[in-house]
Design a protein around this ligand. Structure first.
Ligand SMILES: [Zn+2]
Length: 246
């Protein structure tokens, strides 16, 4: 038996059968009817490991989403899952006379420490966010262009050009003349999900629709495409909400 997660047991007089509940407030809770045999609980939890893991992931994603719902606050950390990088952000207030005009906020990378320093009039929250977004757009160009190129070569699906876009609800698109656009927010997603988006758009260079033939083509390269497509639908939750206020 593998290690069991922590849990608490609650006896409920109304419960007719045993059930598990998972919440941010209470963690994993086993709710049992009054006459339930406590010795059965470890085995029950063992059997429900998949359910627990799946729901824990959902909770974590939702937590991260709500944590980021503070549009008035500046982010102190940026987690780029696709690159396996977690950047810390520091803010330094410098208010020289010449810094009162707009465009005076600068961003510096301290690369080997994965650290960003935003320098200038940091009371100007909107400008700070805008400059971080600018940094993200450049980062997306640097990584997503070469990534798409690599997938294109390995699948033998050529395209014409790529652009990085800042869209709210679209991860990527492919035009009829094989120009692919990619959302810079892909940087926040897991690498296998990004890889799937790149493949998906490249398959549109052959099939411009979501027909059975399109999915057949996708599945030739990625048999697990259904699960990846599903996680993509929920992936918006892990993109920091403050970016949509830029
Ligand atoms: Zn599509």
């Amino acid at each position: 038996m593998t290690d069991l997660p922590n849990y608490t047991v609650r006896v409920s007089l109304r419960a007719k059968c045993v059930r598990l509940s998972l919440s941010v407030e209470d963690g994993l809770e086993v709710v049992i009817p009054a006459n339930y045999d406590l010795l059965k609980i470890p085995e029950l939890i063992q059997k429900k490991q998949d359910w627990i893991a799946r729901n824990q992931d959902k909770l974590d994603a939702r937590e991260a989403f709500f944590q980021s719902q503070a549009p008035d606050q500046l982010p102190t950390c940026i987690k780029l899952r696709s690159l396996n990088e977690e950047w810390q952000i520091e803010y330094q207030q410098i208010a020289h006379k010449s810094d009162h005009k707009s465009g005076t906020i600068r961003i510096k990378e301290i690369n080997n420490q994965l650290q960003l320093v935003v320098v200038g009039n940091i009371a100007d929250i909107e400008s700070c966010k805008a400059i971080i977004k600018q940094w993200l757009l450049q980062k997306a160009e640097k990584h997503l262009f070469s990534w798409l190129h690599k997938v294109s070569i390995s699948t033998n699906l050529p395209y014409r050009t790529t652009t990085i876009r800042s869209q709210k609800t679209l991860w990527g698109s492919c035009s009829s003349d094989r120009n692919i656009s990619l959302n810079y927010k892909l940087l926040f997603l897991e690498a296998n999900v990004v890889e799937y988006v790149l493949l998906h758009e490249l398959c549109h260079t052959i099939q411009m629709n979501h027909s059975a033939r399109f999915w057949k083509l996708v599945s030739n390269f990625e048999p697990n495409y259904k699960a990846l497509d599903k996680s993509l639908n929920q992936a918006w939750q892990i993109v920091p909400a403050w970016l949509d206020f830029c």
